[in-house]
Design a protein around this ligand. Sequence first.
Ligand code: ADE
Length: 239
Amino acid sequence: MKIDIVTLFPEMFTGVFGSSILKKAQEKEAVSIRVVNFREYSASKHGSVDDYPYGGGAGMVLAPQPIFDAVEQLTGTAETKPRVLLMCPQGERLTQRKAEALAEEEHLVLICGHYEGYDERIREHLVTDEISIGDYVLTGGELAAMVVTDSVVRLLPGVLGKEESHVQDSFSTGLLEHPHYTRPADFRGMKVPDVLLSGNHAKIEEWRRKESLRRTYMRRADLLEGREWSKQEQQWLRE
Ligand code: ADE
């Protein structure tokens, strides 16, 4: 997969993309990430990227030219049609389902604005998806682009080892994850549940599924709406 990030602050990405699993994913060539500064595409003498809003008002608006030119240059020779994602609080909320859908794409371009609005023609004629990472306003789209990239790249084949597998993730199963414990079995009198020490794999599996359901019900009952309950789960509900 190819991911291109279009931003005024490329240096913000260095640490996140140069560390841990995102770094390894690039080394393994599961993903190729480019970060470009769209100021470099500005046709103006002074490299300006924004201007005053028509009709007046506070704040500046990101002009279409540098962003259109940057995206067109990045996608011009692409064989497959890239998805062009605009990071903004008005967008569709990022979910695990959305990350899974984006992970199927060949090429993503993520556009990040910073403390200003986007000219509407960018939304209407360049962008295929507007993405928000939550109902709060950030100073720019860069952190959102890192979140989107991270959530997508970890789903790509070969990126996570068996140890870190995403199959059991919270949300990918539709439920929150069950509790985890490691040694010691007794830490300052705080004990690990007996069943996990029993060696009975069927019982352990049942405990985990029950805890996962219980946790989801207690914390995120909204995730259970419309759920098809298995026979086993219906039995647990009656217990
Ligand atoms: N830019 C500013 N706030 C944002 C948010 N919540 N999600 C995505 N991009 C943003």
